[in-house]
Ligand binder design. Sequence first.
Ligand SMILES: [Zn+2]
Length: 160
Amino acid sequence: MVVKDTELPYLRRCVELAARALDAGDEPFGSVLVGADGTVLAEDHNRVASGDRTRHPEFDLARWSAAHMSPEERAGATVYTSGEHCPMCSAAHAWVGLGRIVYVASSEQLGGWLAELGVPAPPVRTLAVREVAPDVAVDGPVPELVEEVHALHRRFHTGR
Ligand SMILES: [Zn+2]
């Protein structure tokens, strides 16, 4: 599948949410859960500054979907996100049976940016969604928005 122009507003919203996380002193990640009919059902941004490092938006949206959606609704839903799911979030996404993932920047791109900035490697290995959840349909990166996401991460780690 390809990312359609009609999907760009969801991805722009993810970038806005990532910027909001950054403004709140958190790592810039944002995600939106969209139903099969195109309705935005839930959205969130990173909240790891709380001290709980599992508070990734994709993980919270997966748990939200399990609490509020039927298995059929989950399978038809799409999660849009500013950065590709980490292994924890990929696993949660697959365990609750959510549908497609569309990300702006790949984990590989993010890993490269953080290495360039001298940020220490995270405690969890960086893996593509397909390596963790091979049956989930995944699209990205989305070149139109990648530099915006890159800029947010640069600001988080360098303050400029
Ligand atoms: Zn994650």
